[in-house]
Each structure stands twice: as structure tokens, then as C-alpha cells.
Design a protein around this ligand. Structure first.
Ligand code: PEP
Ligand code: MN
Length: 353
């Protein structure tokens, strides 16, 4: 159920409707839009009787939302959600593309700083790096944990990059929230409902990756879990799904982007690194992702991929990332986007190196 308030409804009207909803045992989610505020009603004890709210001052109409997802839906909020970061022009979902780049895992201070310096110079505004790695084998490198988070906090201080890093359970989530700017929930945890709810009770934006066999509806329902707990800053990320194709690690499903944008107001970025698993396919698929209308890219970069402790095969060399940025800067305006940030990639490009 969704209460649409009148354009001139006062803050007091909105508060009274929220109080009424809560007094009936539901949760009220007041989400302001460009024209008017909508109040989503969630809870799992059945439908609210619409008549109770219809007559309240400031209420325009009460709508039954028939889709299983409610808060993520465009029915709830017509205009796009823009996740922003105070003190910077970096956003997810604004006119500027969000470029998130960095190594798969933080391996050492030197390794991480070397990559950070290059991706910042090329124009990325977000730095990624795994501190807690969900690996298929328990014998593979599992991440430097809090030490990695400290390294990334130092990278933010030195380069002004915002930090995106994955939490794999509620224990790591606690620490990630402390150090990072965006909490990543990985593909393997997309349906870890207790972790989603825990991230929803936090205040840091959540970058939620699509599960490797998740349908569009399952993906949106996972985002709904986060939002249902009151955290409305959710960024979706397409990172490829499992198919019979074996020329790539996963099959990057770019058709998901316009499909999500039709149904949801949430920003969606594309990760062609995990989506293809092959370095030589990352740049072509990045071009395609920007052209299809993605709100940003998540790219793995390493200065010495042959020695990387994880995902070396799909990590770009810094020079290749420079070139990717040059190309993305050319494609972005065609779809009405810009690449924010002041990287020298904007001026000189890879050819100057
Ligand atoms: C990652 O971003 O490093 C990662 C593990 O991604 P995914 O969850 O998409 O496999
Ligand atoms: Mn990786």
C-alpha cells in the first residue's frame, strides 16, 4: 500500500499519516519526490484498510501496490534515486557516471596505493578493494580484513576517493560501515536475508550485486529487504549470471539495465570484470554498459595482474584503464551523461603515457 500525499501537504500532515500507519502496526516509509511525498506501508500482517488513511488531511490517494516489491518500485518514487556523498560531486544515479575502480583484493599497502594513484589520475571517484573475500576455496587468499580497511581509509585521505568494499557477514559489516563509504553485498550473499536486513539498519549506502542466478524480481526483492529496514540508499550492480556459455566466466546481462530502470528508481551500475572474467572483454563491455544507460562501472585494476592474489585474469593494467576512461568519456555524452572527476585521463588520455 502506498499513500500519495498532495503536493501542498505539510510536514505535519505527513507526520500524522506516518504515526497512524505505525499505530496500526506497520512501518511507514516517507519518501519525498520532486513533486510530492509518497509514504510506503510495509509489514507482514496483511493489508491495511485504505479507508483509514484516505480521509486524513493532505492525503491525495491510497494505492494498492500489486507488485511484490514496493519501496524499490517506480510506483513509490517516480524520479531516479541519486546517492550522493556530502562534500563531493560523486554520485550514483546523477548525471555523472560513477566510476568505481581498484583491485579485486587489497594485498598490501604498496599494491593498493599504486592502483589508487593510477585510477584517481584517470578520473575514478570511487576506489574498490576486497578486505573480506568470499572465495570458492577455503585455501585461497581470504583478504587482509581490518588491515585492508585501514589501508583503504588512508587511500581516501590521500586521494579523496570514496571507498567501496564488501561485507560478507554481520561481523565484517560492522567494520566495513566504520571505514568505508559504500558497503558492497556480493553476488553470493544477494539472498542472505539477515545480512540484507542488517545492512538496511545501517546508514551507509549499499551496493548490492546481482546473484549469479537471480531473476530480475529476486534481485529487486533483495534490494527491498535493505530498504524495508529504512536504508533507502541502495545501488544495484549487474555482474553477470551463469549460463551455458563458456567463452566468458559469466554472461553479462546488459538487458537488465533498461529492464530495471523501467521498474525501479534505484541506480544500477555494471561490473564487466566479474561479468566476463577476461581482461580483453572488459573495455568493450564497459563501452556497451555506458551506451545501454548504466549509472556507472565497477572495474578491477591491478598493476601486476599476473601476481594478483585474486582475479588477475580479469584485472586491467592501469594503462588499459586510462584508455577505457578515454573511451567512456566519449560515449557518455551520447547518452546524456558526463564523467565527473578531474582525472588527467580527461585531458591527455592513455596515448600521452
Ligand atoms: C568482487 O566484487 O570482488 C566480487 C567478489 O564480486 P561478486 O560478488 O560479483 O562475485
Ligand atoms: Mn574480484
Amino acid at each position: 500500500m502506498l499513500v500519495v500525499m498532495q503536493a501542498h501537504a505539510s510536514a505535519e500532515d505527513i507526520r500524522r499519516v506516518c504515526d497512524k500507519i505505525e499505530s496500526l502496526g506497520y512501518r511507514a516509509h516517507s519518501i519525498p519526490g520532486a513533486e510530492r511525498t509518497a509514504i510506503g506501508i510495509t509489514g507482514n500482517k496483511g493489508e491495511v484498510e485504505p479507508g483509514t488513511l484516505d480521509e486524513m488531511p493532505g492525503v491525495q490517494e491510497v494505492i494498492r501496490v500489486t507488485k511484490p516489491y514496493k519501496l524499490v518500485s517506480r510506483d513509490m518514487k517516480e524520479d531516479n534515486t541519486v546517492v550522493s556523498f556530502p562534500g563531493t560531486d560523486a554520485t550514483f544515479g546523477g548525471p555523472g557516471l560513477a566510476i568505481v575502480a581498484g583491485p579485486c583484493a587489497i594485498e598490501s599497502r604498496e599494491q593498493a596505493f599504486a592502483v589508487a594513484e593510477r585510477v584517481q589520475r584517470a578520473g575514478a571517484q570511487f576506489f574498490r578493494g576486497g578486505a573480506y573475500k568470499p572465495r570458492t576455496s577455503p585455501y585461497s587468499f581470504q583478504g587482509l580484513e581490518e588491515e585492508a580497511l585501514k589501508i583503504m581509509a588512508a587511500i581516501r585521505d590521500q586521494f579523496g576517493l570514496k571507498i567501496v568494499t564488501e561485507a560478507i557477514d554481520s561481523e565484517s559489516l560492522e567494520l566495513v560501515e566504520e571505514y568505508a563509504d559504500v558497503v558492497q553485498i556480493g553476488a553470493r550473499n544477494m539472498q542472505n536475508f539477515s545480512l540484507l536486513k542488517r545492512a538496511g539498519r545501517g546508514r551507509k549506502p549499499v551496493l548490492l550485486k546481482r546473484g549469479m542466478s537471480a531473476t530480475l524480481e529476486e534481485f529487486l526483492m533483495a534490494a527491498e529487504y535493505v530498504m524495508s529496514e529504512g536504508n533507502y540508499n541502495v545501488i544495484l550492480c549487474e555482474r553477470g549470471v551463469r549460463t551455458f556459455a563458456d567463452h566468458t566466466r559469466n554472461t553479462l546481462d546488459l538487458s537488465l539495465i533498461p529492464a530495471v530502470q523501467r521498474l525501479s528508481h534505484l541506480p544500477i551500475v555494471v561490473d564487466p570484470s566479474h561479468g566476463t572474467g577476461k581482461r580483453n572483454k572488459v573495455t568493450p563491455l564497459s563501452r556497451a554498459a555506458v551506451a545501454v544507460g548504466a549509472d556507472g562501472l565497477l572495474i578491477e585494476v591491478h598493476c601486476d595482474p599476473d601476481k594478483a592474489l585474486s582475479d588477475g585474469m580479469q584485472s586491467l593494467y592501469p594503462d588499459q584503464f586510462d584508455e577505457l576512461m578515454v573511451q567512456v568519456r566519449q560515449i557518455a555524452p551520447v547518452v546524456g551523461r558526463i564523467v565527473a572527476g578531474s582525472g588527467v585521463g580527461a585531458i591527455s588520455g592513455a596515448s600521452a603515457r
